[in-house]
Design a protein around this ligand. Structure first.
Ligand code: AKB
Length: 317
């Protein structure tokens, strides 16, 4: 049976780039993008698009039957900062959308699921540096609690019902083409825009607040890589640690200064500082490297070169 893909949450930060890449690989007719609303953006206009509420089991089931979907990428979620403002809805969306696709796979209606987890599964009692795959996990955000719980359910559905579900714990993601949506790591995208447009930036995290980060091209490569790997190579069915680089606001500002010597940064930490303080500063992703061959292409230097070049070429022409 040919691969037929449904992406739920296709208009979000990861969804937009993931959808375009999957369309290139599998063909426009084999990739169905969906989201809660229809925006006038490329991901909607360039291929098949359906409006779907990730909380509506029947709507998802209908799309799966209509298009004979084999693989679902469930990208709809409330991220860390937004979730703290609306914990009940965050819990509802992040958990029940996952249950819907897990149950559809259990019922034999789809073959494979991709579900994103996050470094937010870790908490203040987790070792902060080079955080291992298996360690203390006491998340203190509603987003982190939902992701950790989701991981447990993924592993449970795999062990008990044979569901082929695959997952990655994303670090902060940085992209020139899509804006982030309500996360604690969002400053690392905004800083590039402000460096070009204003020459200065106020960070909502303090200068030495180190966090794991990744360029979006690497995140897309990892997402498709884990989904294309033979099932027997995916030995962890909760979620894999994944890493590319780690930096503080001060370090990324220094990197940007290499390109804009007059760039200035100051710091005004807000409620997101507490969230950042509870997360790892760096991640040990050796299991992803060993099991299914993960390798990153980008570090802080080549990502910064590319971010500035692409923003100037496409956004601030
Ligand atoms: C967030 O900051 O909430 C996300 C994440 C690390 O999962 N970018």
């Amino acid at each position: 049976m040919d691969t037929k893909i449904l992406i739920i949450g296709a208009c979000g930060q990861i969804g937009t780039e993931l959808t375009q890449k999957l369309r290139q690989i599998y063909g426009v007719d084999n990739v169905i993008a969906s989201d809660i609303r229809k925006l006038n953006i490329d991901v909607v206009n360039d291929g098949i698009f359906e409006v779907v509420n990730a909380l509506d089991y029947n709507q998802i089931e209908h799309l799966i039957e209509k298009y004979q979907i084999t693989d679902v990428y469930l990208m709809a979620a409330l991220l860390s900062a937004t979730a703290e403002k609306n914990p009940a809805f965050a819990w509802d969306l992040n958990m029940n959308s996952l249950f819907h696709v897990l149950n559809l796979a259990k019922a034999g209606k789809i073959k494979k699921i991709y579900w994103p987890s996050s470094i937010a599964v870790f908490g203040p009692t987790t070792p902060r540096d080079n955080t291992p795959q298996y360690t203390i996990m006491e998340p203190s955000t509603v987003y982190g609690i939902s992701k950790q719980t989701g991981e447990r359910w993924c592993e449970y559905y795999h062990t008990q019902y044979g569901v082929d579900v695959r997952s990655i714990r994303y670090p902060g993601l940085i992209s020139w083409s899509t804006p982030p949506g309500g996360g604690t790591t969002d400053y690392a995208v905004d800083i590039y825009h402000k460096a070009i447009t204003e020459g200065e930036f106020t960070s909502f995290l303090s200068e030495n607040s180190g966090l794991p980060m990744m360029y979006m091209d690497d995140a897309i490569k990892a997402t498709i890589g884990i989904m294309q790997a033979p099932a027997e190579q995916i030995k962890i069915r909760s979620s894999y640690n994944l890493s590319a680089m780690s930096f503080t606001p001060k370090e990324i500002a220094a990197e940007i200064k290499k390109h804009f010597p007059d760039f200035a940064i100051d710091y005004a930490p807000d409620f997101r500082q507490k969230i950042a303080d509870s997360w790892p500063a760096s991640i040990d992703d050796s299991r992803a490297r060993e099991d299914w061959g993960w390798q990153n292409d980008y570090n802080i230097e080549n990502m910064t070169v590319e971010m500035i070049a692409k923003l100037k070429e496409h956004i601030y022409k």
